[in-house]
Design a protein around this ligand. Structure first.
Ligand code: ATP
Ligand code: MG
Length: 562
């Protein structure tokens, strides 16, 4: 739907103007394409989407929204061997989850196979395409280099009639896979290698996820893509920088075919993120080699992985906005992504207490069967989030590392003779510890001061440490999964990338949390005080066994570790 001129001004001013939006604005002002803006997001269904795709999704769908245009979802399914319906479904699901909608504009390049084929025939008839019998290796050898021109194929000047006949027989299945190809007749001496008679069609007997065995020839991406764009009336075909050198070919096909329109290809820099890999081939290797539990493993940079980890669509969109859109390649620090989710969850997540690595504390002067209830707010600033009741008893758990028998100088938590605050409850002082045969502490004995109820001393005395805790008898066990980065080095993008996998990227704990969490819905997010943000795992968490993933720590502890 078109918007009126007044409305246009205000909406277009809202977003920071990156160079893509600047081009689109000026196209609209000059009335190009009647002011229409139609973009597309064209994934190949050969893997799950990753955070890099999110950048492209936010850009394409975002622009369509801002300019009252539309964005198509088109599956670029021209590689039958690697594509699967599972990927199609996950991609649709991910885009919807990110908050975008293609409405009725869902397309597949394979829907256009017949039309693409007819366009190929047209090029043959005009002497602009020919069937070449060189083997794939020979085609490669004749291509030349950046400094040397290519060699013309001996089949380049085949008569049109022979080309038509051979191409039809290619489709009919008369020839072996790989025995012939259809090539565009452009220029073997072009300084741009993409224009040196590129392959348009290959013979391949592979079952396609949509067309089954209907075809045994498949168009190449460079031929199918511009045609698909044009058939859908795309105005701006936004892609990543590696396609810059393909643009002359994109334009050549459209200039030489009677297509309904000629979209403008615009290239932007892809997202690279430190400490991870972002090629689908590498991600697939991690999945197939069982280095992770699947495409949606919470350590994966996939949208499904990030979602399971506890990332929100808001945070991912915000991240994409922050990194911006530019023409030059760069690597974004993973810490920025983590910072963005931390900021988002800081506002949204309820605070609760969970003791990750419990040790028992016995409060000797607290009555044995007494249970008290403390009302503790869910959020320190946002009172509208309300509060919950936390049960207190004589035996509680605290974190193992919140206690030191011989405290170091700067240790302000619990130690013999020291007094600390139990968050929202009482001050306690450690009197002694009990150890097992192996010398491990099994019980910490304390006394509490009844005059500190609610966590503040009536006499105004202060303590340096505040600990989180749970009642031993009134808490519930949960499985907690702590993650570190999947790779140990900033740039693991070499061929031997698996050498850099972090062996400690997953740690599984049995932890104790407030009983109020027993009904936690999957995907709900909490801040476990002092420990980070956690989210109930959407795959493995059940009412009988709650599993929480740590989305992110409260602070950027990685920086310190280095
Ligand atoms: P990969 O290199 O991970 O295999 P791809 O480019 O082959 O990715 P496609 O399914 O073809 O994956 O990508 C769909 C769209 O997403 C394309 O327009 C592509 O340019 C864009 N895209 C892919 N990776 C990134 C990235 N890291 N940053 C931004 N956009 C990306
Ligand atoms: Mg691609």
């Amino acid at each position: 739907m078109e918007q009126d001129a007044d409305n246009k001004g205000s909406i277009e001013n809202e977003k920071p103007a990156d160079f893509v939006r600047t081009i689109i604005k000026s196209d609209r002002q000059s009335g190009k394409c009647g002011g229409k803006v139609i973009t597309r997001f064209p994934p190949e269904p050969n893997g799950y989407l990753h955070i890099g795709h999110a950048k492209s999704i936010c850009l394409n769908f975002g622009i369509a929204k801002e300019f009252s245009g539309r964005c198509h979802l088109r599956f670029d399914d021209t590689n039958p061997e690697k594509e699967e319906t599972e990927y199609v479904e996950s991609i649709k699901d991910n885009i919807r989850w990110l908050g975008f909608d293609w409405a009725e504009h869902l397309y597949y390049a394979s829907d256009y196979y017949e039309q693409i084929y007819r366009y190929a025939i047209l090029l043959i008839k005009e002497g602009k395409a020919y069937v070449c019998d060189l083997s794939p290796d020979e085609v490669r050898q004749c291509r030349g280099t950046l400094t040397e021109p290519g060699k013309e194929s001996p089949y380049r000047n085949r008569p049109v009639a022979e080309n038509l006949d051979l191409f039809e027989r290619m489709r009919a299945g008369e020839f072996e896979d790989g025995s012939r190809v259809l090539r565009a007749k452009i220029d073997m001496a072009s300084p741009n290698i993409n224009l040196r008679d590129p392959v348009m069609y290959r013979i391949l007997r592979a079952e396609h996820h949509r067309t089954g065995n209907l075809w045994c020839i498949y168009p190449m991406y460079d031929f199918a893509h511009p045609i698909s764009d044009a058939l859908e009336d795309i105005t701006h075909s936004i892609c990543t920088l590696e396609f810059e050198d393909h643009r002359p070919l994109y334009d050549w096909f459209l200039d030489n075919l009677p297509v309904p329109c000629h979209p403008q290809q615009i290239e932007f820099a892809r997202l690279n993120l430190s400490y991870t890999v972002m090629s689908k081939r590498k991600l697939l290797e991690l999945v197939e080699g069982n280095h992770v539990s699947g495409w949606d493993d919470p350590r994966m940079p996939t949208i499904s992985g990030l979602r399971r980890r506890g990332y929100t669509p808001d945070a991912i969109r915000k991240f994409c906005e922050r990194i911006g859109v530019a023409k030059r390649d760069s690597v974004i620090d993973m810490a920025l992504l983590e910072h963005t989710i931390r900021e988002d969850l800081n506002e949204k997540a309820k605070r609760v207490m969970c003791v990750l690595r419990p040790v028992k504390v016995i409060i000797d002067n607290y009555p044995e069967d007494k249970i008290e209830e403390f009302e503790i707010p869910y959020h320190p600033e946002n009172t509208s989030m309300g509060s919950r009741k936390v049960l207190f008893s004589r035996e509680i758990y605290i974190e193992k590392d919140d206690f030191m028998e011989e405290p170091t100088k700067k240790f302000f938590r619990l130690a013999p003779g020291c007094e600390v605050r139990l968050r929202g409850a009482y001050f306690i002082t450690c009197t002694n510890v009990k150890k097992n045969g192996a010398g491990e502490i099994v019980e910490i004995h304390c006394t509490y001061d009844p005059a500190t109820r609610g966590g503040d001393a009536a006499d105004g005395r202060k303590v340096k440490g505040t600990l989180h805790w749970v009642s031993a008898s009134r808490s519930i066990p949960i499985e907690v999964r702590l993650y570190e980065r999947l790779f140990t080095v900033e740039n693991p993008n070499a061929d031997d990338f698996k050498e850099y996998l972090n062996p400690n990227s997953l740690e599984i704990l049995t932890s104790m949390t407030e009983s109020g969490l027993k009904d936690a819905q999957t995907e709900s997010c909490y801040q476990f005080e002092r420990q980070g943000y956690f989210c109930a795992d959407m795959r493995d968490s059940t009412a009988g066994k709650l599993v929480f993933n740590r989305t992110v720590t409260l602070r950027d502890s990685w920086a310190k570790k280095k």
